[in-house]
Design a binder for this molecule. Structure first.
Ligand code: CO8
Length: 260
């Protein structure tokens, strides 16, 4: 697929996806969401790719939200369909087997904050701005924001942010746990790749089971979650990489993981 609204690259095991609509501060319209879906599918199915990094082109915006010009005259049915499309695409990122890092290079507002939140974790530049300003436009967060923000920062903080529509800076996002780290803008992508490199040194299937255990476990009660963890822990012992990882440790050498 040829992309017009995103840039998708693959450097061996690490793929990067940049939202690329500089004329609208990388705002998300239907075409952009469909292109993201296609690239995520590629990242999921390409056996060489082990980690995906999502960012925005330019120095100003990660994603400044869903495209307001596109949404302005939507009917209720069209609005629901657009919300459902964003939800589906973002859920495909969240449930992708491989880790996804959000490298937040600027404004992450509305749908942009929601895109960052469906990734496994967020690294931001000091200039990044986060917020869910939807109620100021007569709508509510519709790409998962009402659900993921409270799960990440707690219901009280999420309600304050969503009801007031207030923007917060990267330091405040760090303080409330919305981002993991704040790094200088010039190093954001390199640092994200460094984290990705650390991840891909490990057994790929173990990393994927860990993601599944965390994601599924967070949605269920602790007893079922523990059972899920035990099942996935047991499944690790069906892999070549478990044998290899433990043998390599005991033989005092580096493991040679195959992803099997
Ligand atoms: N949609 C469309 N165009 C946008 C958007 C956007 N979200 N954000 C910026 N742009 C455009 C501007 O209109 C402007 O275009 P032009 O040059 O043609 O006038 C260009 O990008 C540059 O923007 P500004 O001139 O405004 O740049 P500033 O540096 O002055 O301001 C801001 C930057 C503060 C980021 C400002 O652009 C802004 O407030 N943008 C809107 C932020 C926002 O409200 N985002 C939330 C949108 S709603 C949403 O995301 C809902 C998600 C769930 C959808 C569910 C569907 C049913």
């Amino acid at each position: 697929m040829t992309y017009e609204n995103i840039v998708f690259n693959k450097e061996a095991a690490i793929a990067s996806l940049y939202i690329n609509r500089p004329q609208a501060l990388n705002a998300l319209n239907k075409d952009t969401l469909n292109e993201i879906r296609s690239a995520v599918m590629t990242a999921q199915t390409d056996p060489e790719i082990q980690v995906l990094i999502i960012s925005g082109t330019g120095e100003k915006a990660f994603v400044a939200g869903a495209d307001i010009a596109y949404m302005q005259n939507l009917t209720p049915v069209e609005g629901r369909a657009f919300g459902a499309l964003g939800q589906e695409v973002f859920r495909s990122i969240e449930t992708m087997e491989k880790p996804v890092i959000a490298a937040v290079n600027g404004f992450a507002l509305g749908g942009g904050c929601e895109l960052a939140m469906c990734c496994d974790f967020r690294i931001a530049v000091p200039q990044a701005v986060f917020g869910q300003p939807e109620v100021g436009l007569g709508i509510i967060p519709g790409f998962g924001g009402t659900q993921r923000l409270p799960r990440l920062v707690g219901a009280g903080m999420a309600k304050q942010l969503i009801y007031t529509g207030a923007n917060i800076d990267a330091q405040e996002a760090l303080r409330i746990g919305l981002v993991n780290q704040v790094v200088p803008a010039a190093t954001l992508i390199d640092y994200s790749f460094t984290l990705a490199q650390k991840i891909i040194r490990h057994a790929p299937q173990a990393v994927r089971y860990a993601k599944l255990a965390i994601n599924e476990g967070m949605q269920t009660d602790i007893d079922r979650a523990m059972t899920l963890e035990a099942d996935l822990f047991g499944l690790c012992f069906s892999t070549h990489d478990q044998t290899e990882g433990m043998t390599a440790f005991l033989e005092k050498r580096s493991p040679n993981y195959t992803g099997q």
